[in-house]
Design a binder for this molecule. Structure first.
Ligand SMILES: [Fe+2]
Length: 112
């Protein structure tokens, strides 16, 4: 096992990431339907998509064949699109997300 994976597993004392997201998703059921519930659903989906990007990027690095590497990189890119879909809908439901994004861009521009 490579050192990075070994380190990740060593630090992994909690439930798996996906298990934790399923727990969070289960807790949503207790909330009333509406904007806040949908935003929470989108945030959980976005976390899962960004985690999937990390996973497929890592698998691409580990793959032996160019075909598997290429497929993993392609799927990682698709996961970014899924994250973008969630982000877009979050911004439409709650404009404060887009405001925060613009503020973040401004702060990065000032810093870098
Ligand atoms: Fe996805």
């Amino acid at each position: 096992m490579d050192p990075i994976t070994k380190q990740i597993l060593k630090e992994e004392k909690r439930k798996s990431f996906i298990q934790e997201l399923f727990v969070q998703a289960g807790e949503i059921e207790a909330q009333p339907k509406g904007k806040e519930r949908d935003l929470q659903i989108l945030r959980i989906g976005m976390i899962a998509e960004l985690d999937a990007v990390n996973l497929y990027d890592r698998l691409a690095q580990l793959a032996s064949s160019p075909q598997v590497t290429k497929l993993m990189k392609d799927v990682a890119q698709e996961e970014k699109v899924h994250a973008g879909e969630f982000e877009t809908l979050m911004e439409r439901i709650d404009p404060t997300y887009e405001e925060a994004e613009k503020e973040g861009e401004k702060e990065v521009d000032e810093l870098l």
